[in-house]
Design a protein around this ligand. Structure first.
Ligand code: HEM
Length: 531
């Protein structure tokens, strides 16, 4: 390599001599130099970190690649269970990140006011220029937005929208009846019914009604209209995987060229289009109409309530927030609710004793007038079904709908969790699939689905409830949990009361793929109307 060692004045510069020599060595031995740099980096990341004392996969100790690979595998929820079984309660899962298994530590990690904050993982979820409540990582801005949005998401507000959930349930039941009617002549059990897919359509259509006073039409058509569900799942996979190394987002979706790659853009997706149309329908926003649908039935749906929140407080809750929060609800509330209901049915139908006991409870409740013999149940009526509630809790415990870790960053003064001190900036992750299997909290048989554990001892049940993380926790606890629980509590007892279900493949696990929510497939049943 020809490096000029002489300066313009003709003297030999020592700096140039050193630089020249280094360049010559690098050019002659570039492979060796590359390997040495890599090894140095590995050693540095692995050993110069305060997290070096925590065990974990070798790759994770010097690179975030372990997390990328684990997320891309779709089995990250199961891998985390295995990791903690192998390495113990604190596992290093990235150079600057640990996963914790203690429910008590997780409660502190998530609780409001302890100074932990969301990581840049959430910033990858679109649209980055207008974060919603889920994706907003500035804690103070998040708190302002959430204060406004909490009102329309309250149980009282959701109960007012009950009639629209009821209508969607009626449509669901009609679709099952149509399926049965079309089955005539195909054997005593009839044709296979994809209950999992229909629960997914139901969850979506409820959100359309609640957020925009419109049905997305999934149940009516009995299919994934315009591949909207598939689009959301693909976007979720991108967010989950790229979110492990958020810088990569700038090369892909945030790259100006990314707009032209259809797979990276969600702008034309059905849900986004509908949300934009609904915003347009309600303009101009004014106090008199408070965002009620101009041409519709004037109901106070989520978007109307958010517009009202905006009109009351335009600085804290801008117009863009109305769109972002209503639109974000569909992304956050569809797969999650569907997955929860699928898990419920899979577990209950897999265990004849549990299924029979649940049927007996519902029969008895009809007989003694606790619930109506036909039509929909109210929230209060389904609360009076202790075994159903135990089955639901147990399903959310064993298979929580979020399969990826929830990660927070330690505050500037560092933090102590479960006797471990983590310095400022450490990423600390908690996974519901791990936390909900803690034997000290949930019992030696925590791995298995056993609803009775919730009914044996009231005090014990209260303690277990304290350590359930299916809806996250603290200031970032799921804002949509009232809606999710309301629709689940209305539709599931109705389905079980009115129909008889049998799994087509009783010994086959549901196919589950988690890059954030656990997306499930394979809940196929034979269904029959009860006399
Ligand atoms: C059974 C159904 C559901 C489950 C299991 C669930 C689960 C969760 C979990 C675990 C979190 C915390 C995530 C984190 O901290 O990273 C969360 C947050 C959130 N969920 Fe849900 N969710 C469900 C339904 C819904 C519904 C129906 C909506 C909206 C209509 C919704 C909207 C949100 C939002 C906006 C957040 C962010 C809250 C914040 O950061 O303050 N979720 N959810």
């Amino acid at each position: 390599m020809g490096v000029t060692l002489e300066t313009e004045s003709g003297s030999v510069s020592p700096t140039r001599v050193v630089v020249g020599t280094i360049l010559e060595v690098v050019a002659a031995h570039w492979i060796l130099v590359g390997v040495s740099l890599l090894v140095t980096r590995i050693l540095y990341k692995r050993y110069a970190s305060p997290l070096r004392k925590y065990p974990g996969p070798f790759l994770a100790s010097f690179s975030r690649l372990w997390k990328v690979i684990s997320t891309a595998s779709g089995r990250t929820h199961l891998q985390h269970i295995e990791l903690h079984r192998r390495y113990g309660p604190v596992v290093r899962i990235a150079p600057n990140e640990v996963s914790i298994a203690s429910p008590e530590a997780a409660r502190n990690l998530l609780s409001a006011g302890k100074g932990f904050h969301k990581t840049d993982f959430y910033g990858v979820f679109p649209p980055p220029e207008n974060p919603d409540i889920f994706t907003e990582i500035r804690e103070d801005v998040h708190a302002q937005k959430k204060r406004v949005a909490n009102v329309p998401y309250s149980m009282a507000a959701m109960q007012q929208l009950s009639p629209f959930i009821n209508d969607t349930i009626e449509l669901f039941m009609r679709k099952i009846d149509e399926h049965r009617a079309a089955n005539v002549g195909s054997g005593p059990k009839g044709k296979v019914f994809d209950l999992g897919a229909f629960l997914h359509y139901f969850a979506f259509d409820v959100l359309g009604e609640v957020a925009f006073s419109r049905s997305f039409g999934f149940l009516a058509e009995g299919r994934d209209v315009e591949n909207a569900i598939k689009t959301i799942d693909q976007s979720q996979a991108y967010n989950g995987i790229v979110g492990q190394i958020p810088e990569v987002d700038y090369l892909l979706r945030r790259n100006p060229v990314g707009k032209f790659i259809p797979a990276l853009s969600t702008q034309n997706a059905l849900i986004t289009r509908m949300a934009l149309e609904e915003m347009a329908n309600r303009r101009p926003f004014d106090k008199e109409n408070a965002g009620l649908l101009r041409s519709g039935d004037g109901r106070r749906d989520l978007m109307a309530s958010l517009i009202q929140g905006h009109l009351k407080n335009p600085e804290r809750f801008a117009e863009g927030d109305v769109f972002a929060v209503a639109h974000g609800a569909i992304f956050a509330g569809s797969d999650s609710t569907a997955s929860t209901m699928q898990s419920f049915f899979w577990h209950v139908l897999s265990d004849k004793k549990v299924y029979n006991k649940l049927n007996a409870e519902l029969d008895q409740a009809v007989q003694d007038g606790t619930i109506p013999a036909s039509g929909n149940l109210s929230w209060n009526e389904s609360q009076a079904l202790p075994y159903f509630q135990a089955c639901l809790r147990e399903a959310m415990r064993v298979r929580p709908a979020v399969g990826l870790n929830i990660t927070r960053i330690a505050p500037k003064e560092g933090a102590e969790l479960d006797g471990h001190f983590f310095p400022a900036g450490t990423r600390i992750a908690a996974n519901g699939w791990v936390l909900h299997r803690d034997r000290k909290t949930f019992g030696e048989d925590a791995d298995i689905f056993r609803p009775e554990r919730w009914l044996e001892d009231e005090e014990r049940a209260r303690v277990m409830d304290r350590y359930m993380f299916q809806f996250g926790g603290g200031s970032h606890v799921c804002i949509g949990r009232n809606l999710a629980l309301l629709e689940i509590n209305k539709v599931i007892p109705r389905l079980i009361r009115d129909y008889k279900f049998e799994l087509v493949h009783p010994d086959r696990e549901l196919k589950a793929f988690a890059t954030f929510f656990v997306v499930q497939e394979g809940l196929e049943v034979y269904v029959e109307k009860k006399p």
